[in-house]
Design a protein around this ligand. Structure first.
Ligand SMILES: C[S@@+](CC[C@H](N)C(=O)[O-])C[C@H]1O[C@@H](n2cnc3c(N)ncnc32)[C@H](O)[C@@H]1O
Length: 398
């Protein structure tokens, strides 16, 4: 490492004292890792306290400041430490997002940012309810977020239930009470806090059950087991009648289900779930049409639709979904949307923007082969067809 990089690393925040004072499993893990790093360096003798502290401090600087390396479509690849990017503070309503493109890292704006205005990114999943965000930021980064969104309290869509907690159906209230009495409810966790009254506490238990269902499902190595676990969690969120489709962990479960359904080759179900996310979830969780996550989701749905139409028995799919639904118009409409937003989401010269442009051109060439007028009035046809396409968002019950 160069001297410049080393001194940049030394200036980064580690929260060493706070982590040490808190102790617990996080600190234990740091100590074990520090010892491991020292052993790996093949230094002779036994480790002394100042050396152990120095290694722990360096490791904690990495944990606090590293970014996840992702593909342009946000698939995780590893971690990196960029002392410049590490200067960005967090907001739950960020004005920028980090996008990576091979070795290039860029900050893309989500809002207009005035000269000298601070640039904020998000360190965590900001689509989670307030209490969960606050707990995660406190535990990992040692601060209490005071962004505008947090200051407003639990008033945003992330904290909305379909009904006030006291309107929870009797049978669900009884189920929660029975589980709690028998000691089988998830243990009290501030991340699930909803309120202090008995009804809110019941909702906190239900929310905890949903989050742990997702976590357990994710730990399975067989995608079929993961799917079964996610579906159980989704049924809980749906049947209790309290979770809007965009409330976490319900929305995340649907996205995980989409990915796992693609993995096992169940494309029709993946498609129907992807359509639900496209129409009912992403516009709420990512209001900017050019939000990179929303653009990537739309791109993935476009690619799945294209695959279904061209490779995967498109005719049979078409018959099963109703012959009025025109997959060609849907592919064109989704790709046009991605194409219109990708300059802002990823940057005109990014490899992702180039892939989008290439694919859109390819699709247009395919559509006009033998039918030179096939694209005439396409924008209007897409607009008309979208009402029919929107109905597919209601196919899946949960
Ligand atoms: C990646 S560093 C960001 C740069 C850091 N502020 C600095 O000057 O080195 C992460 C740390 O910055 C602080 N931080 C980030 N966002 C914050 C915020 N919104 N409010 C308070 N502290 C914040 C926390 O101490 C966090 O662990």
């Amino acid at each position: 490492m160069s001297d410049v990089d080393w001194s940049a690393l030394q200036r980064l925040e580690s929260h060493l004292e706070a982590k040490h004072a808190r102790g617990g499993s996080q600190w234990k893990e740091t100590e074990v890792l520090a010892l491991g790093a020292w052993k790996y360096s093949d230094t002779k003798g036994t480790i002394d306290l100042p050396t152990a502290q120095q290694i722990s401090c360096t490791l904690l600087k990495i944990f606090t400041n590293a970014l996840t390396i992702v593909t342009p479509t946000f698939d995780p690849l590893g971690v990196c430490l960029d002392p410049f990017a590490a200067l960005a503070n967090h907001s739950c309503d960020p004005n920028a997002v980090v996008v990576m493109d091979g070795p290039d890292l860029s900050f893309r704006s989500l809002k207009s940012i005035a000269k000298d205005e601070e640039i904020f990114i998000s360190y965590i999943d900001v689509t989670n309810p307030l209490a969960r965000r606050q707990k995660e930021l406190k535990e990992r980064y040692h601060f209490t977020c005071a962004c505008l969104k947090c200051q407003k309290g639990p008033t945003g869509p992330e904290d909305k239930f379909l009904k006030p907690p006291k309107k929870l159906m009797k049978k669900w209230a009884t189920l929660v009470d029975d589980l709690t009495k028998a000691g089988n409810a998830p243990k009290d966790d501030p991340a699930n806090y909803v309120g202090d009254d008995i009804d809110s506490k019941r909702m906190a238990v239900l929310q905890g059950m949903a989050f742990s269902a997702l976590q357990i499902a994710r730990e399975a190595s067989d995608p079929r087991v993961t799917i079964a676990g996610i579906e159980n969690g989704m049924r809980l969120c749906y049947q209790c009648g309290m979770f809007p489709v965009y409330r976490q962990p319900y929305a995340q479960m649907r996205h995980d289900l989409f990915v796992n359904m693609v993995t096992v080759g169940n494309f029709p179900i993946a498609w129907a779930q992807g359509v639900k996310t496209y129409f009912l979830i992403d516009p709420v969780l990512f209001p900017q049409t050019y939000h990179p996550v929303r653009v990537v989701h739309t791109w993935t749905l476009a690619m799945l639709t294209l695959y279904i139409a061209s490779e995967y028995n498109g005719l049979q799919f078409q018959q099963s979904v109703g012959s009025e639904l025109d997959l060609g118009i849907i592919i064109y409409g989704l790709l046009a949307e991605v194409y219109g937003n990708v300059q802002r989401s990823h940057g005109q010269s990014s490899s992702f923007a180039k892939s989008v442009q290439r694919k859109f051109e390819e699709v247009k060439v395919d559509m006009t082969r033998g039918f030179p007028d096939a694209l005439r009035g396409m924008e209007g046809r897409v607009e008309k067809h979208w009402k029919l396409f929107r109905q597919a968002a209601d196919w899946m019950q949960y």
